[in-house]
Design a protein. Structure first.
Length: 330
């Protein structure tokens, strides 16, 4: 189903650009009213503010995101086809730069950073389907290197880092065609993987955020649209259910600012969202925040200096986006 949507959106985008002289939904706000868009109004008493930032060089969705030394990296994804492109964003200058390409062209991957190294896990190409590929990028030398492959090939997964261990969570598919609750953990010290307790709700197209030493899996799809939130404790290797998302959705992004997890955008089954909701683990509760200016799904997000940067994504049946918007919770 996911590949069909990707192809359909690409075909529509080409036809649309021929009639609109190259304008895309990212550059023409009037398209939003004609798109399949939901949740486009601010909730009462919303908090925080958004601002527009320099766009990426390339339109992309379903990419990976990671932050190292105050620089945000956009990795892979798709935009008319799978990407190996890597771009780096410096919030202090509001500028993007191109970096060394990822060895494996792919979208629907997960990414995370450990000790200044970015790890890219899984994903897929249109030709080969889900992959086990696991590769490491060193920003200081702008180089990639292969690492031990994930035990299970999968795409549309999510990843998080807790105490120097990368956790690859959920996704689709391991050859069965079914969504996964599978959790596999990578230790860079030994370049090896171990299997951990499975997530109770098998799913894809969800988001992960790490607050303290706990990993939270948020929303997603298991052929239905989920509001499910589950928390993983690596010390006990166990999962617990938490307060559900107020807005059920898949293809969302997440980022952690301080001690709160922010769920951004996505699709509720009726259309692309600009909804932003924040989770407080201390009270196991959610609050509504200022909506993102651009409703979108299959976006990615990273946090630098207590600001969340939402980049890329798509409004269904329109072109991928270069757009970057920053959320300040203050």
């Amino acid at each position: 189903m996911y590949r069909q949507v990707s192809i359909a959106s690409a075909i529509f985008a080409i036809a649309f650009e021929l009639t609109a002289l190259g304008c895309s939904s990212a550059s023409n706000p009037s398209l939003d009213s004609r798109s399949r868009v939901a949740g486009s109004h601010a909730a009462p008493h919303s908090e925080g503010s958004w601002s527009r930032k320099a766009p990426m060089f390339r339109k992309r969705s379903s990419a990976g995101a990671a932050t190292v030394n105050g620089i945000l990296y956009a990795i892979g994804g798709e935009g008319g086809g799978p990407y190996a492109y890597v771009e780096a964003y410096d919030p202090s200058t509001d500028m993007w730069t191109s970096k060394a390409k990822m060895p494996t062209v792919r979208f629907g991957l997960a990414a995370g950073a450990i000790d200044g190294i970015i790890y890219a896990a899984g994903g897929e190409t249109w030709e080969t389907g889900p992959t086990r590929k696991f590769e490491a990028y060193k920003p200081s030398t702008d180089t990639w290197s292969p690492k031990a492959s994930m035990p299970t090939a999968r795409s549309l997964l999510a990843g998080g880092v807790v105490n120097g261990i990368f956790y690859a969570v959920g996704g689709c598919c391991d050859g069965t065609g079914k969504d996964l609750g599978l959790v596999e953990a990578y230790n860079p010290a030994t370049n090896s993987w171990t299997t951990k307790a499975s997530m109770p709700t098998a799913r894809e197209r969800f988001a992960v955020g790490v607050v303290g030493n706990t990993l939270y899996a948020v929303g997603g799809s298991d052929e239905t649209t989920l509001s499910t939130v589950e928390a993983y404790d690596p010390v006990t290797d166990s999962w617990t259910s938490k307060a559900p998302l107020p807005t059920a959705r898949f293809s969302l992004a997440a980022g952690v600012i301080g001690d709160k997890l922010y769920a951004v955008g996505g699709d509720n089954g009726s259309g692309s969202l600009n909804t932003v909701e924040a989770y407080d683990p201390a009270t196991d509760s959610w609050t509504t925040k200022a909506p993102m200016p651009t409703a979108r799904e299959r976006l990615d997000a990273g946090v630098v200096r207590r600001k969340l940067y939402a980049f890329g994504g798509i409004i269904l049946f329109h072109d991928n986006m270069k757009r970057v918007e920053a959320f300040d919770p203050r």
